[in-house]
Design a protein around this ligand. Structure first.
Ligand code: M6R
Length: 366
């Protein structure tokens, strides 16, 4: 059942190229300018009456939502607020019929996410669900659905569900942007063509896993790891930190790199591993300055950058390169080295990778 792999997690990491392809299939099609979404009925007229989007989820799905804010605001120019479901439901959120609510849940059964969905519906909002489970509670109660086609995810640590949530977010963002006229067909085609190349590029990242394995073998004994990034890289940094905490029990923190000086840099000491994501081209130089700040204090830095950005080697100890894509789509590729890092680190530490302590795959209680 593990298809020759030692753990479900590593099997599922390797299933990502297929999961990405399956989630795009029939919806985003080469040479076609149509986005086909069978279970989303929202019309251009409906969208005219929407002035705000809320994305609500837990854990990894929340991290996908953070990418969603960036992508939807950029493409569809609609303000987006992202919230953790257990916070959202208890804070008397400002929602009405002009709010579009998007919930993201792999299982479709997370108690807090479901409660947030119900709260939003009670207050008149329309709800779009992104979920991996057909017929789940979230799918049954939402107005519109976009299924991720990740297939069953067994490992507690979410991997292929996350990348397919990202793909679903790009699809919705493109759909909204076409619907409200914020995106030209030419702009659409550029993103469409790049999206369709992602399965192959994800495969390429997987082929480069030895680099990560080496880093894990050298660093698995540390007590703390820091993840830094700016913009979309920060959203991915948060997911990387969660992944390593969950399965290898190493304390990890993610920071927006510009925040370092405001406190966390005090934690950087000789030999502390730092994972620095530097895929966002317009922020690359800023990231390089932040990397220098931690290197000066003795950090050991693993950089994640696009092919062609070899200049990063001047400041980091080791680099993992990912194939070039649009910066907007980078999270789909840059998260893979971070998933592999947590996997190999957990294996080195002898942890129970697929069933980490204290965690359940689906959190159906509050
Ligand atoms: O099924 P859901 O997507 O609603 O689950 C949400 C979180 O419980 C889940 O993503 C959790 O954070 C994972 N274990 C992360 O790897």
């Amino acid at each position: 059942e593990k298809g020759g792999y030692e753990h479900f997690m590593i099997k599922e990491i390797h299933e990502q190229p297929k999961a990405i392809r399956d989630t795009l299939t029939r919806r985003i099609v080469a040479d076609s300018d149509e986005i086909v979404l069978d279970d989303i009925k929202l019309t251009a007229e409906d969208l005219k009456n929407i002035d705000k989007i809320y994305i609500v989820a837990c854990g990894t799905a929340y991290h996908a939502g953070l990418v969603g804010k960036y992508v939807i605001e950029k493409l569809a120019r609609i303000p987006v607020e992202v919230d953790i479901a257990s916070e959202f439901r208890y804070r008397d959120p400002i929602i009405n019929e002009r709010t579009l609510m998007m919930v993201i849940s792999q299982s479709g059964e997370t108690a807090d996410t479901l409660a947030a969905l119900r709260e939003a519906k009670n207050r008149g909002a329309r709800v779009i669900a992104i979920t991996n489970v057909v017929g789940s509670s979230v799918a049954r109660e939402a107005d519109d659905i976009l299924y991720t086609w990740a297939g069953p995810e067994i490992a507690v640590a979410s991997t292929k569900a996350y990348v397919t949530q990202l793909i679903a977010i790009y699809i919705v963002a493109l759909y909204l942007a076409r619907l409200n006229g914020k995106m030209t067909v030419e702009e659409y085609r550029v993103i469409r063509d790049e999206l369709l190349k992602l399965p192959e590029k994800a495969e390429e990242v997987l082929n480069r896993k030895e680099e990560i394995q080496k880093f894990a073998a050298k660093n698995y004994g540390h007590k703390d790891i820091f993840y830094l990034g700016r913009g979309l890289d920060f959203a991915v940094a948060l997911e990387g930190a969660l992944k390593i905490k969950e399965i290898s029990y190493i304390h990890a923190e993610a920071y927006a790199a510009g925040e370092l000086k405001h406190g966390p840099i005090a934690l950087i000491d000789k030999g502390v591993p730092v994972i620095a994501l530097a895929t966002q081209e317009d922020l690359f130089e800023k990231m390089v300055s932040n990397i220098k700040e931690v290197v000066t204090r003795g950090a050991k830095v693993l950089g994640v950058a696009f092919d062609g950005h070899e200049d990063i080697e001047k400041v980091v100890d080791q680099t993992v390169y990912i194939p070039k894509t649009l910066p907007l789509l980078a999270p789909v590729l840059s998260v893979i080295p971070l998933q592999l890092l947590s996997y190999y680190t957990a294996v080195e530490r002898g942890c129970d990778v697929d069933k980490p302590r204290n965690l359940a795959k689906s959190v159906t209680v509050e």
